[in-house]
Design a protein around this ligand. Structure first.
Ligand SMILES: [Zn+2]
Length: 196
């Protein structure tokens, strides 16, 4: 097996050709096997990595799929966005909601707008989309256990429950940081450029 294979990923598309997620080459090969066994396959393979294959039994070689499309529409847009650190930073565009500056992931924190200890009616419910904002360490420390008014700080946006958008999908972040400058993924570009 060539070392190259480990870096070959596969783009999984919805029936309308919009990206759903990025698969590892191993996942893609498994889907490819099933696809070849089934005349009525629920997926189709749109492209293979031309230079990368794995050796099977005997002299057989298997090319690694580069783009797979599922034939039945998979509705992602009715999904709720999970409340998580990562999704919170994505909602707030990786920027502090007090000073407006952008920071890398590891320098961001999350801040309870109404301090946890004073959240009503039940302080257990204080950690939710509408009471949490992304904050840099400096602003978080400055705000401390106060409300923005008490601390004399202005919140740039009112925290909200986000609707589904592609920016919350794992392929979105992965793609723009790793793959788009690599020529082996040139064939993905027409699908990524679809309006999102
Ligand atoms: Zn800040």
């Amino acid at each position: 097996m060539k070392d190259q294979t480990t870096k070959n990923k596969c783009l999984l598309l919805n029936s309308d050709y919009s990206p759903i997620r990025i698969l590892s080459w191993k996942q893609a090969i498994i889907i490819d096997f099933k696809y070849k066994e089934n005349n009525n396959s629920p997926i189709e393979i749109l492209a293979y990595h031309e230079n990368n294959f794995i050796h099977g039994v005997g002299q057989k070689v298997f090319f690694i799929p580069s783009i797979i499309r599922i034939k039945r529409y998979f509705n992602l847009y009715n999904k709720k966005i999970n409340f998580s650190r990562k999704n919170l930073f994505i909602r707030d565009n990786f920027s502090c909601q007090y000073c407006g500056k952008g920071f890398p992931n590891n320098q961001l924190t999350y801040d309870h707008v109404v301090p946890k200890s004073r959240y009503k009616p039940d302080l257990k419910d204080s950690t939710n989309w509408t009471n949490i904002v992304t904050s840099c360490r400096h602003c978080n420390a400055r705000k401390g256990d106060k409300t923005p008014q008490e601390a004399g700080m202005r919140l740039l946006t009112k925290p909200y429950i986000p609707n589904y958008e592609n920016k919350y999908l794992s392929w979105h972040t992965e793609l723009h940081t790793i793959y788009m400058d690599d020529p082996s993924y040139e064939v993905w570009k027409p699908f990524i450029k679809k309006p999102i």
